[in-house]
Design a protein around this ligand. Structure first.
Ligand code: COA
Length: 330
């Protein structure tokens, strides 16, 4: 049990202007709108401009979350950014975002990489730090420019991903049983090679040859990831409901990681929660990794799908393979 309740005070999101449709991709790649839509539910995705970095998208989403919360950047003392596509290998994107937003130099700022589960990990981390009493107001951001790490010649991956950002402002509340009720995080390190980038890190720095083979881009064993994703998201959701003595009927809205409509439909069936109580926007954005849940959360709130007293379930999986679930009472 947290010592202080941690509550979401505001949400914000940002998606780049450029819309890339399935039809447009199929002009340069052997694929089709029909294949992409039936296998993944994706119709289109957003692509950041060449001069638009992860930190630019993140700062825009964060400013909207601050405005929603009625807070100024100077009131934030903790910034946690979930991303696997930071602007630079160093320093952290969080420090660049700090500068763009004008956060005080007394704010702790760092990045966290748990791939597509990143936002759930970041939310848990920030809430634990707030619960400690050492921090008062946190910004938690999920932001990705995946268009820079996908292989645009690999039809089995590039059609699935997009760019974007989402953010929440988190504060503390004296009211018990509100806000983040709990999380269930984990990882299967044995499955690293199912979804990874083999070159460009300390074990295998990029060489002209590895770049020519496009080994600095994402590789994925789609079928295996699909099966594991369904299993771990189902288990992570069940575990957290059980831990909190909640029944699926008590969940007003599930916000799953938006990777594939078929994965979301399978989870809906396993959990026996109808699709009407799942928030879905994968059709418009594709998989935006760490940005996917906060982007969906912001759209769900702004479209009136979350009301005071509701319990929302977040559930995600990603490279690692990481997984995580979270329960929030509004
Ligand atoms: N367009 C047309 N054909 C394509 C294609 C594309 N974009 N991508 C793959 N294919 C082809 C394959 O080459 C294969 O052809 P073959 O039978 O001649 O070899 C055929 O379609 C079937 O491929 P397969 O991989 O069996 O399809 P699938 O039904 O498993 O769907 C995914 C592929 C990637 C959509 C699916 O496996 C998936 O969504 N996996 C999870 C991915 C994910 O969520 N990753 C993110 C994790 S955070």
């Amino acid at each position: 049990m947290p010592t202080r309740s941690t509550v979401i005070l505001g949400t914000g999101s940002y998606a780049p202007e450029r819309v890339l449709s399935n039809d447009e991709i199929s002009q340069t790649l052997d694929t089709s709108d029909d294949w992409i839509r039936t296998r993944s539910g994706i119709r289109e995705r957003r692509i950041a401009a060449p001069n638009e970095a992860t930190s630019d998208m993140a700062a825009k989403a964060a400013q909207r979350a601050l405005d929603d919360a009625g807070l100024k950047a100077t009131e934030i003392d903790l910034l946690v950014v979930a991303t696997m596509t930071p602007d630079l290998p160093m320093p952290a994107a969080a420090c660049i975002i700090q500068r763009k937003l004008g956060l005080p130099s007394t704010a702790a700022c760092f990045d966290l990489n748990a791939a597509c589960t990143g936002f759930v990990y970041a939310l848990d981390t920030a809430c634990a730090m707030l619960s400690s009493g050492r921090y008062q107001k946190a910004l938690v951001i999920g932001a990705e420019k995946l268009s820079t790490i996908v292989d645009w010649q690999d039809r089995t991956t590039c059609v699935l991903f997009g760019d974007g950002a989402g953010a929440v402002v988190v504060g503390v509340s004296p009211e018990p049983d509100r806000g983040l009720l709990g999380t269930r995080l984990g990882a299967f390190g044995d499955s690293v090679e199912l979804l990874y980038i083999s070159h460009g890190g300390s074990s295998s720095p990029s060489t002209p040859e590895s770049i020519a083979r496009r080994e600095h881009c994402m590789r994925m064993k789609g079928k295996e990831v699909f099966k594991l994703a369904v299993r771990v998201m189902d288990e992570a959701a069940r575990d957290i409901l059980e831990q909190h003595h909640l029944h699926a009927d008590q969940i007003s809205l599930v916000i799953p990681h938006q990777a594939n409509l078929r994965i979301i439909e399978a989870i809906s069936e396993y959990l026996e929660i109808p699709m009407e109580r799942f928030f879905v926007n994968v059709d418009r954005y594709g998989n935006t990794s760490a940005a996917s849940i906060p982007l969906a959360l912001d759209e769900a709130r702004r479209s009136g799908r979350i009301k005071t007293g509701d319990i929302t379930l977040l559930v995600a999986f990603g490279a690692g393979l990481t997984y995580g679930s979270a329960l929030i009472r509004w």
